[in-house]
Design a protein around this ligand. Structure first.
Ligand code: AMP
Ligand code: MG
Length: 341
């Protein structure tokens, strides 16, 4: 048999490699991602992930979501959080709530008190639990403030004690982000490396999207009562990071022409009133991003910028309104790099 010339062999080899890469590439693009959607915590969630074995993780995720809800929903009569809030001295928590309390106490210190889960009595008095805006009397606010502050609770293993019988915790500012972490961590335990988990607009991503690129996520324009995803301000590329937005444009009430947002300044006991309309935070985990986004809404633009200059690894996009009512944007350099043009 005549021997094939070396050059021809190389050509054939190159062709084979090219064909192989093409097939591999097409196979990548055709990867079927699994999608799960549903409702929990009074909002919707949506999970997209790639599983080579096509594992349907929906039943296990339902169990996790049910566990979170029965632990920390103030809207559920028999939840663990309500049992704590109704107790006079304290209550033995489940591991999820104990964990969220522990993290929240850390974030309280990190944000110099701006993020505070002990604002429960004030959130209640301002009518944000029952969604009916109320105007509490100044005297009532002063009274309720006595039972607030991170030092009013103490966690020993699973037992959370109160330093005042009126203490009530409210974890709404971190629960969605925390839940996204619970689900994401579960997916990682299952060796899922490409996923996007979204709950109530809070997002965590890993690996690649079905288009074999980074995940693309939008930041909403801060339009009052708008539907998330309908009117986007900007699109961000993410991978192995979480993105959370807090804003005063979804939950608020107007009384005598004054807008009262659902973010309460722990120092005053009143809803914050400044020009910041929304704060978006990118961080590794969504629980911290959620807490920081709320804290930035308390701090306002200048203090948030200062905080960000002192803390590396956190990116932010702040939208405020100027005196003409136009949007004014400020963002960290790292966030600018993630914007998809
Ligand atoms: P978010 O949308 O994540 O900023 O959460 C806002 C919710 O957190 C409010 O509806 C209250 O239930 C609660 N909240 C209000 N002010 C604060 C605060 N300063 N720290 C922690 N939670 C707060
Ligand atoms: Mg938050």
């Amino acid at each position: 048999m005549p021997k094939e010339p070396v050059s021809s062999m190389i050509k054939r080899l190159l062709l084979a490699i090219t064909l192989f890469s093409l097939v591999a590439c097409t196979a990548q693009q055709q990867k079927e991602y699994i999608k799960i959607r549903g409702f929990t915590q009074g909002t919707s969630y949506h999970i997209t992930y790639y599983s080579p074995e096509e594992k349907n993780l929906s039943p296990e995720i339902d169990v996790l979501l049910e566990r979170v809800d029965s632990s920390m929903s103030v809207y559920r009569k028999n939840s663990v959080i309500n049992a704590f809030n109704n107790s006079s001295k304290g209550y033995l928590l489940d591991t999820l709530l104990a964990n969220i309390v522990m993290l929240s106490q850390q974030f309280n210190t990190e944000t110099d008190g701006a993020f505070d889960i002990t604002l429960g009595p004030l959130v209640d008095a301002w009518g944000f639990h029952a969604k009916r805006g109320e105007m509490p009397h100044a005297h009532t606010i002063e009274q309720l403030k006595i039972a607030t502050g991170a030092n009013m609770i103490e966690l020993n293993d699973l037992y959370l004690s109160k330093k005042h019988p009126g203490v009530m915790i409210d974890v709404n500012a971190i629960a969605p982000g925390y839940t996204v972490d619970v689900i994401s961590d579960y997916l990682e335990q299952q060796r899922i490396t490409d996923y996007l988990v979204e709950l109530g607009g809070e997002i965590r991503t890993a690996g690649k999207s079905p288009r074999n690129t980074k995940w693309l996520v939008g930041i909403d324009k801060p339009i009052e009562n708008s539907i998330s995803g309908e009117d986007l301000q900007v699109i961000i590329e993410l991978s192995n990071e979480a993105l959370v937005t807090s804003g005063n444009y979804r939950k608020f009430f107007v009384r005598d022409g004054v807008k009262y947002s659902h973010t309460i300044d722990p120092k005053t006991g009143y809803p914050v009133r400044h020009s910041l309309l929304s704060a978006t935070v990118i961080d590794k985990k969504s629980a911290r991003a959620d807490a920081l986004a709320t804290a930035f809404m308390v701090m306002g633009v200048e203090k948030s910028k200062e905080w960000l200059s002192r803390n590396s690894g956190v990116e932010a996009y702040l939208i405020s309104s100027n005196t003409e009512g136009e949007y004014e944007i400020w963002m960290t350099e790292g966030l600018q790099e993630r914007i998809k043009d």
